[in-house]
Design a protein around this ligand. Structure first.
Ligand code: ADP
Ligand code: MG
Length: 224
């Protein structure tokens, strides 16, 4: 589903970001433009250190670009304060970062249940376990995060991100610790959803399963 005719879920225009000052200043993103339409699955590859995680965190509202504009579902994020961006994220966006996604003192199931916000979504009691089962980790539901393998924790984190039925999923190297068959299954679950997805990976064969593939090189995005 290429989806170019669909409404635009994510729009980034002229997004720039640099770290450091003086001689240690590194320009990571240089006027990046990116559109992800409703339900579209966009893969993003690029060498280590090319800025993939930086771009994803800016889109997630976890930092501010030095220049440029980002909007989610038609809402411009530069007009929002931290609380406003957090609220937009909670309402519309699921985020899976490379590490530290799970609350350490809650079990796998409790992490998903918390993310789902039972009080606001009555009638979906079974959904946390459905998600864990779809990702092949329901049998680990009563374990604390530190008792999960890296690959299990990644899949529980994906379940957390999907729990609140976001419109946009941002996923940063979320299958890196899985064997290839499990990784393909998890990518099928993610890409088989109705969400808009920005899927960061260093695996070009997984990236190729998206509707559209982008590469981040020297601060710019190119299609491939
Ligand atoms: P990727 O995810 O593609 O591997 P990153 O976005 O993590 O790349 O990093 C891009 C570059 O920005 C790297 O050179 C990294 O060291 C630098 N960088 C990322 N975050 C910060 C930060 N908070 N402070 C300083 N440098 C950073
Ligand atoms: Mg990264």
């Amino acid at each position: 589903m290429s989806g170019a005719h669909r409404p635009r879920m994510l729009v980034a225009e002229g997004v720039s970001k640099a770290f450091g000052t003086g001689t240690s200043r590194t320009v990571v993103l240089e006027s990046v433009d990116l559109v992800v339409h409703d339900e579209e699955k966009v893969s993003l590859v690029g060498p280590s250190g090319s800025g993939k995680s930086t771009l994803l965190s800016l889109v997630a509202g976890l930092g501010r670009p030095d220049a440029g504009r980002i909007s989610i579902g038609g809402v411009a994020t530069d007009g929002l304060d931290d609380a406003g961006r957090a609220a937009l994220r909670a309402e519309r966006v699921g985020v899976v970062l490379q590490s530290d996604n799970l609350i350490p003192f809650l079990t796998a199931l409790e992490n998903v249940e918390l993310a789902m916000g039972f009080t606001r979504r009555p009638g979906r009691r079974g959904r946390p376990r459905e998600l864990l089962a779809a990702l092949g980790v329901d049998h680990r539901r009563d374990h604390l995060p530190r008792r999960l393998s890296g690959g299990e924790a990644q899949r529980v984190s994906i379940a957390v991100a999907l729990a609140n039925a976001p419109a946009l999923l941002l996923a940063d190297e979320v299958v890196g610790q899985l064997d290839s068959a499990t990784a393909e299954h998890v990518v099928d679950v993610i890409f088989g959803s109705e969400l808009a997805v920005l899927f960061v990976t260093h695996d070009e064969s997984l990236a190729a399963r998206g509707d559209r593939r982008l590469r981040l090189v020297d601060g710019s995005l190119v299609e491939w």
